[in-house]
Design a protein around this ligand. Structure first.
Ligand SMILES: [Fe+2]
Ligand SMILES: [Fe+2]
Length: 275
């Protein structure tokens, strides 16, 4: 049990601390030259999460659970601080106090939602209370479907307007994921009656198909950007970042699906285990 706690904790911290580190970079790149204070704060968050990421890789599954519990608490504090920073920047942008800055409010809000998710996961891990499987299936999908819908919107808006075909594809993904998100919210409002195995199984299957398609689209976009074959203002690291988040969502869908009673695939996770 404590090995599971350590493994889960390290997996979450390794994945999300890299994400938080990259958010600091993206936020910094969107600031104006005169925003020196904000640039400095972003740099500090970059170093902070770089250190956390490095530290997370020094532990292995045999680490002392108590030490990992303290590490999780330390990471929790850092994540709370970056969340506050992101919300502050969001406030500045939407009240027009940073004219000419280059970060969309939705992108800043999006990165703050990811921080909130990470913080919540650390709390659950340290409290040792994880959501029951049927609840986890719905809440993880509600969270990640919106994240995917946002990514499609960011890609569409950061492509050069002359990339008409790609922009059209991005818009179509945005519509798909908005629809899937509404479906997920419908299932959520019909809880607990909606939490039958056939409905949850179908829900995961339908979402998986669209996430795979979006993941492949992101992979193609990333390769085209890396090779400088398309016109855009998408940072190559942002393309890779959103690709990794889609891969993470797919892994979570597979893990949840494998935990459903009567699951076709076999996994080492018991029913009731959250992602
Ligand atoms: Fe992100
Ligand atoms: Fe994201």
């Amino acid at each position: 049990m404590s090995t599971m706690f350590v493994a889960r904790s390290l997996d979450e911290v390794r994945f999300w601390s890299r994400i938080m580190k990259e958010h600091s970079l993206f936020l910094k790149l969107g600031f104006r030259c005169e925003d020196t204070q904000l640039i400095q704060e972003a740099n500090q968050f970059y170093s902070l999460f770089e250190d956390i990421e490095r530290k997370a890789h020094t532990f292995d599954v045999g680490a002392d659970p108590e030490q990992i519990r303290r590490f999780n608490a330390e990471v929790h504090t850092a994540v709370s601080h970056i969340w506050v920073f992101k919300r502050k920047v969001l406030g500045l942008v939407i009240t027009c106090q940073m004219p000419g800055a280059n970060n969309f409010p939705l992108l800043i809000d999006h990165t703050s939602r990811e921080a909130y998710y990470f913080r919540n996961r650390l709390e659950e891990l340290n409290a040792g209370k994880l959501e029951p499987l049927p609840d986890a299936i719905i809440s993880e999908n509600v969270f990640f479907l919106r994240i995917m819908a946002d990514h499609a919107k960011f890609i569409g808006h950061l492509l050069d307007p002359s990339e008409r075909k790609l922009e059209e594809q991005a818009r179509s993904f945005s519509n798909d994921f908005d629809t899937l998100l509404f479906q997920a919210r419908d299932l959520e409002s019909m809880k607990p009656q909606s939490q039958t195995v056939p409905l949850l199984d179908q829900f995961l299957d339908v979402n998986r198909i669209s996430v795979k398609a979006l993941r492949d689209f992101k992979k193609t976009a990333k390769e085209l950007i890396d090779a400088c074959r398309i016109k855009s203002i998408i940072h190559p690291l942002l393309a890779d970042h959103v690709y990794r988040e889609a891969e993470r969502f797919l892994a979570i869908i597979d893990m949840l699906d494998a935990s459903l009673p009567g699951a076709k695939q076999q996994s080492g996770h018991a029913a009731g285990d959250p992602p």
